[in-house]
Ligand binder design. Structure first.
Ligand SMILES: [Zn+2]
Length: 146
């Protein structure tokens, strides 16, 4: 069962290998991504809360990485955390997410796409049951797939 312990285990040992890897140069990413997407995904920026287009969006479908089209989250596990960022309690598969310790502002766990290593957001241990996990993800990093 996926829970907070799973994340610590993946932080220490790495997540299972992704289905593929996508690598591009900084110049190539700048051509593909909008400036706002580039700032979040390649420079680890954070969009301002309540500004992202997917924050209050609850259609049925999946959310894929803007950088590589890998499906990361499902609308079934999206919830309103009140934080102003799209929030999910589990990824669609354990091998699509990479975790890194981020000590920029205290001690947080950064969430990255395991395929193209784009910054997605952070993960916290205060989500709803059964996982108890909250993925706090920037709208700029995600695109909705019906
Ligand atoms: Zn990606």
């Amino acid at each position: 069962m996926f829970n907070w312990k799973s994340i610590y285990s993946y932080l220490d040992n790495g997540t299972p290998a992704p289905p593929r890897k996508v690598e591009r140069s900084e110049e190539e990413w700048k051509e593909i991504l909008t400036p706002a997407q580039f700032r979040v995904m390649r420079m680890k920026g954070t969009e301002r809360p309540h500004t992202g287009g997917l924050c209050s969006f609850y259609e049925a479908g999946r959310y894929a990485c803007v950088g590589c089209d890998t499906e990361l989250f499902d609308s079934n596990l999206k919830f309103d955390s009140g934080t102003g960022w799209p929030s999910f309690s589990e990824p669609v598969a354990d091998n699509v997410i990479q975790y890194e310790l981020d000590t920029t502002y205290g001690r947080r766990i950064e969430v990255l796409c395991n395929v193209c290593e784009a910054h997605l957001g952070h993960v916290f241990p205060d989500g709803p049951e059964p996982s108890g996990v909250r993925f706090c993800i920037n709208s700029e990093s995600l695109k909705f797939v019906e």
